[in-house]
Design a protein around this ligand. Structure first.
Ligand code: AMP
Length: 565
């Protein structure tokens, strides 16, 4: 209940209501649940109510007589829709449908009039945020404001209405990466990493923004000292960018596992900390370190809001048929055994960046995003929503990776356990650390070395390269089937950005599916910095792009959005 009250108290026309008044409003209204694709408002019917999305996503869809449909707005928690009281009862000219399982509050007109309508400024506040259904061309609301933002329509440039200084923290087992963004003065943007935490030779590598590197040797350090070293360099009298920590508007933390609970970033409070702690069982190698950084950050900056951005979050809107394993249902219900997917921050960024570059609305595009790095995964992003992804309960499922096997017949595990007498630890180490292109080639987990080996005629290196690309090609075909077509494909991360060989081998034979590369651009184009390269030939129906991913920027964007909300 308190989360609902919090959300409602942020909705502009309700801002002046006391908690008791909000509770009264909820009691006098209906709370409804809509299943994915369920109809909330039918075209042609009058809907004399005000709706407020409490959870999930609804879409406002315009249809014409020829059955062609286009999305007018996407409504997220806090967004309002309906037909504001105007004295006349007109038919809705659009449909409102649920994109995901959604919860919304339905306030009858007369309740609205009685409880809110008479307050000063309430009708202006309502008009400024409510998506109206009787005249879609007048449709307003935050969703439209987002689309109207033009070139930076998805806020990836971090253009914020209020100047913000955002610190992004990505804390792993032996490293702590940081980014600092000053939305008012981009020359203050900084980034760096503290490496070798917990072992000898810990050091901070700071990039002051002029192309140089500053290295500070720190000796043997723990995560707390690593965080303090970051604070020191950001507040340094010579190269610092803030006077003290109170200058920071918000801290965004990458958190690997948000379970089924978190699809969106959240402002961290004690409950969120406990939940992330509870989820450590699903990500024992990651969440504890994320949590250590969150606790240190909260202790150092008690008055600065901290936001958790989950790597699993983007995939939490996958439909159940994509995330369920065909195991007895009780394993899902009692232990949360299901597919969660990872690299969500990157896949979301790549889809939005691709749409921005093509000057298209992501809501009109079917995109496959290939994040190919040390860990690799691929996602089907259907009109902005991840509908399937290759990683599962853990980051082991899916593509072949540097040292991870990716998909494998679970029967092979049983067979190896039985015939080789292999225990849990051995299997874990085999699948996570000794397999992938390293295991197949026997050379390395580094793709540059695999490619060098293959060029020099090493048979197993060539085989590893082919297995990697074949697996990826299978996923691409599958995701085209899942989405019923494809408009854009994106290659990213170390291998995707830089390996023409992997890209051309993967796309070989896909011309029937509309994918064709321009060989010269694929071979010589370099997706460095902000550059997005279009690899597709003139004949290619699908746009094939290569670009760098930018998880730090995406976390900062999500942090700003969470704070704005
Ligand atoms: P990431 O995890 O995004 O840093 O990507 C790391 C992977 O990218 C490693 O397997 C590298 O070998 C690979 N990589 C980096 N540069 C190249 C390149 N020029 N060609 C092929 N693979 C590369």
């Amino acid at each position: 209940m308190s989360e609902v009250l919090q959300l409602l108290s942020d909705v502009p026309p309700l801002r002046d209501l006391s908690t008791a008044e909000l509770e009264n409003l909820i009691r006098s209204s209906d709370v409804r649940i809509a299943s994915p694709e369920g109809v909330v408002v039918r075209k042609g019917r009058s809907w004399p109510r005000i709706g407020i999305v409490l959870a999930g996503e609804l879409e406002v869809v315009a249809t014409d007589d020829g059955d062609s449909r286009s999305r007018v707005s996407l409504l997220e928690p806090g967004d309002m829709f309906g037909q504001p009281p105007s004295g006349k009862q007109s038919a809705s000219e659009v449909e409102v449908l649920a994109v995901t399982e959604s919860v919304y509050l339905m306030i009858p007109w007369y309740t609205w009039e009685e409880m809110i309508g008479s307050r000063d400024g309430s009708s202006e506040a309502l008009a400024s945020v409510c998506v109206t259904l009787d005249a879609p061309d007048r449709t307003r609301g935050r969703a439209q404001a987002r689309a109207a933002a033009g070139a930076d329509r998805y806020g990836l440039g971090l253009s914020s209405s209020r100047p913000a200084k955002i610190l992004v923290i990505n804390c792993g087992s032996s490293s702590l990466k940081y980014n600092f963004y000053d939305t008012h003065d981009r020359s203050n943007d900084r980034e760096g990493i503290v490496e070798r935490i917990g072992i000898e030779g810990g050091r901070l590598v700071h990039r002051p923004g002029d192309g140089t590197k500053v290295i500070r040797e720190l000796g043997r350090i723990n995560h707390d000292v690593a965080f303090e070293a970051v604070v020191e360099v950001l507040t340094d009298s010579e190269m610092g960018v803030i006077r003290d920590l109170s200058d920071i508007t918000g801290v965004g933390h990458r958190v690997v596992h948000g379970g089924s609970k978190y699809s969106d970033p959240v402002v961290i409070d004690d409950d969120v900390v406990s939940e992330i702690e509870r989820l450590c069982s699903l990500a024992p190698l990651h969440n504890p370190h994320n949590l250590a950084a969150i606790r240190k950050s909260m202790a150092l900056m008690p008055q600065v809001p901290q936001v958790a951005v989950f790597d699993t979050g983007f995939h939490q809107r996958m439909p159940a048929h994509a995330y369920m394993y065909a195991l007895p249902y009780s394993f899902y219900e009692q232990q949360g055994i299901r597919r969660y997917g990872f690299h969500g921050i990157s896949h979301n960024y790549l889809a939005l960046r691709a749409a921005s570059c093509l000057e298209r609305d992501v809501a009109d595009l079917r995109i496959i995003t290939c994040h190919l790095g040390n860990g690799s995964s691929v996602s089907a992003v259907d009109r902005g929503r991840s509908v399937d992804t290759s990683m599962g309960l853990t980051p082991l499922e899916g593509l072949v990776m540097g040292t991870r096997s990716g998909d494998i017949d679970p029967g092979a595990m049983l067979h190896m356990a039985r015939t080789n007498d292999m225990g849990f630890e051995e299997l874990d180490s085999l699948l996570n650390r000794k397999s992938g292109v390293l295991g197949l080639s026997g050379i390395s987990n580094d793709f540059r070395e695999i490619e060098d080996g293959a060029r020099q005629g090493n048979r197993l290196a060539l085989l590893a390269l082919h297995v990697f690309c074949h697996r990826l090609r299978k996923y691409i075909g599958a995701y085209i089937a899942v989405m019923g077509g494809l408009d854009v494909m994106v290659f990213s991360a170390g291998i995707g950005e830089r390996s023409p060989w992997v890209r051309s081998l993967t796309c070989q034979g896909l011309s029937e599916l509309g994918i064709e590369l321009e060989d010269r651009v694929n071979r010589y184009g370099y997706a460095g910095g902000d550059e997005v390269i279009d690899l597709s030939s003139k004949k290619s129906r699908v746009k094939v792009l290569a670009m760098q991913t930018d998880e730090g920027r995406m976390i900062a964007r999500e942090t700003i959005r969470a704070l704005d909300r």
